[in-house]
Design a protein around this ligand. Structure first.
Ligand code: 2NL
Length: 354
């Protein structure tokens, strides 16, 4: 029996041997039962021997089982061993969307000029999106913007809509903060427009300065300083062209000089120079005194300038994407090509896009 126990190679074999010896019909169990039929002398003589046999077999079974368990554990541990010298699994890694990267770059550049970042809701009312901005009820601008309206008015009877620009954020800021104000308002805006160069949702940054004695010189210097920092070159030349927006007076369209290099538009240089041309990039102007008054400020005391620019277009010009629609497809190949590492944080000292 002890030899058989020693030869057992798995838990099943050990259990079979235990039942054979110690089970209800087991051989040792049978011996133990014979003790009951003996007289006291016989029992005294045979008892210790039979009990000792049971002890020996029980101990042998337990020992063999422990040996087999330890061996099985060794095999399992060897199979699960981790080689600490192997390089770590890279794992799936996301990237920062170019739109987010550019908004971070803009925040960094304007922070250096003393501008705070202001945000607000994407669902706005008709007053903050249009009326406060001197866009009258009948003005074609309201239709021109191809606004997405909600079916129901709000509690005050205001029409509700998806904001068509981030100007309402500036309206909110003027109504809730004392000047001087220096803010940029980046964010999503919506217009019912969809073709190769227009998506129904796109990104805009507007800037607003309200203070005493602000004039167009401040506007031009601010935009020039911003564009030089953003495009990381000193040869940016601006051309301000008279224009019209209901919310600014006077208004100016801002063009930048550029040239074609290897089939790509490269911003820089004077648009009137050989091989160069002008490209419209921003809308801007001095805040219309009616807008200042609509926000509860005295336009004789406070003046300001404002501008608006498309973030998606700024990203395309700097990083060379050619199709706006790809920005919002969520194609992982496009994102891994144009996306930025999570740690490539833009700083002026480190190079804004380094
Ligand atoms: C464009 C035009 C512009 C503004 C936006 C603005 C905001 C307030 C008051 C006055 Cl609260 N103006 N914003 C001003 C001029 C132009 O954007 O073509 N954007 C791409």
């Amino acid at each position: 029996m002890l030899g058989e126990i020693e030869a057992a190679t798995d838990a099943g074999a050990i259990e079979a041997l235990r039942i054979e010896a110690l089970g209800k019909a087991g051989s040792i169990t049978a011996l133990l039962k014979t003790l009951g039929g003996m007289n006291p002398e016989e029992r005294q003589a045979r008892g210790p021997e039979i009990h000792a046999l049971r002890e020996t077999v029980t101990a042998a079974l337990a020992e063999r089982k422990a040996t087999l368990d330890a061996a099985a554990l060794d095999v399992k541990l060897a199979a699960e061993a981790i080689d600490m010298s192997l390089p770590a699994d890279a794992g799936p890694r996301g990237s920062v969307h170019p739109v987010s990267q550019v908004m971070d770059e803009l925040a960094e550049i304007f922070a250096d000029m003393g501008f705070a970042v202001a945000t607000g809701p994407e669902i706005e009312d008709d007053w903050r999106n249009f009326t406060a901005l001197n866009i009258p009820e009948t003005h074609p601008a309201r239709a021109m913007h191809d606004t997405f309206y909600f079916p129901d008015a709000n509690a005050e009877g205001q029409k509700m809509l998806l904001r068509t620009h981030t100007s309402p954020v500036q309206i909110r800021t003027m109504m809730s903060q004392e000047p001087p104000i220096r803010i940029i308002a980046p964010g999503r805006v919506y217009r019912s427009d969809s073709d190769a160069t227009h998506t129904p949702m796109f990104h805009q940054v507007e800037g607003l300065v309200i203070d005493r004695g602000i004039h167009m010189g401040h506007l031009k210097w601010t935009l020039e300083t911003f564009l030089k920092a953003y495009f990381e070159r000193d040869d940016i030349v601006l051309r301000l062209r008279p224009s019209y927006f209901p919310f600014t007076e006077p208004s100016a369209e801002v063009d930048v000089g550029y040239r074609h290099e290897k089939g790509r538009r490269v911003v820089g240089g004077n648009g009137d120079d050989e091989g160069h041309a002008w490209m419209e990039l921003l809308g801007s102007g001095m805040v219309n005194r009616r807008v200042i008054a609509n926000c509860g400020l005295d336009p004789d005391e406070w003046q300001g300038f404002a501008f608006g620019v498309g973030v998606d277009r700024l990203a395309m010009l700097k990083y060379g994407m050619d199709d706006l629609r790809a920005f919002f497809d969520g194609d992982l190949r496009w994102l891994s090509h144009y996306g930025f590492g999570a740690l490539s944080v833009p700083t002026l000292s480190g190079g804004i896009s380094a």
